[in-house]
Design a protein around this ligand. Structure first.
Ligand code: GLN
Length: 192
């Protein structure tokens, strides 16, 4: 299994570290040809407007859209925004997932927080019982999930922070910033 990480902006290095811990072959994706022979792609956290602009400049938008029709893609935070069909403002999006996101919905950088989440699908796929400790940094909420997308996790007040649509995965939080590899394992189960 070989997983690419979009490496044009954001915390792609942390995702690569997590994948290496799971003994998965990795590739940094900066150009369309880097998508060749990958089984899945991770789009990291960072700044979704910058990721969108650079992806446009490097002519990555259409190739990633095409890749996502057959392969697993996981967006964390800014990556989740980039995967969505609607970010409630004009910015380049992959428009692959039937989700509407609201950027910076929990407030500013100082309002970053951590929370325990119950994620039944992830627990089942990894054969574990513990809740998932999630890190939110200027995180979006997934305001609505429609069409083929389904909710994977919510915070205590009911706001949606993880969604899945077939082999596409979106999380508002940053599993790459924890020591817990279970979300990456879950993604690998979708890429398999
Ligand atoms: N606030 C950023 C955005 O709107 C996302 C932040 C993050 O990825 N940690 O793109």
């Amino acid at each position: 299994m070989k997983i690419g990480v979009l490496a044009i902006q954001g915390d792609f290095a942390e995702h690569i570290v997590m994948l290496k811990r799971l003994k998965v072959e990795t590739a940094e994706v900066r150009l369309p040809e880097h998508l060749k022979n990958l089984d899945g792609l991770i789009i990291p956290g960072g700044e979704s407007t910058t990721i969108g602009k650079l992806a446009t400049d490097y002519e990555l938008i259409d190739p990633i859209r095409l890749f996502g029709q057959r392969h697993a893609i996981w967006g964390t935070c800014a990556g989740a925004i980039f995967l969505s069909k609607d970010a409630r403002r004009s910015q380049p999006l992959l428009s692959l997932m039937d989700i509407t996101v609201e950027r910076n919905a929990f407030g500013r950088q100082v309002d970053s927080f951590e929370a325990e989440l119950d994620v039944p699908e992830m627990k089942q796929a990894t054969g574990t019982k513990d809740p998932y400790h999630a890190i939110f940094i200027r995180a979006p909420i997934i305001e609505s999930v429609y069409g083929d997308a389904k909710v994977l996790a919510k915070v205590a007040d009911g706001r949606i922070v993880a969604a899945q649509q077939g082999h596409l995965l979106a999380t508002s939080f940053h599993p790459e910033l924890t020591q817990d590899t279970r979300f990456h394992e879950y993604f690998l189960s979708l890429a398999d």
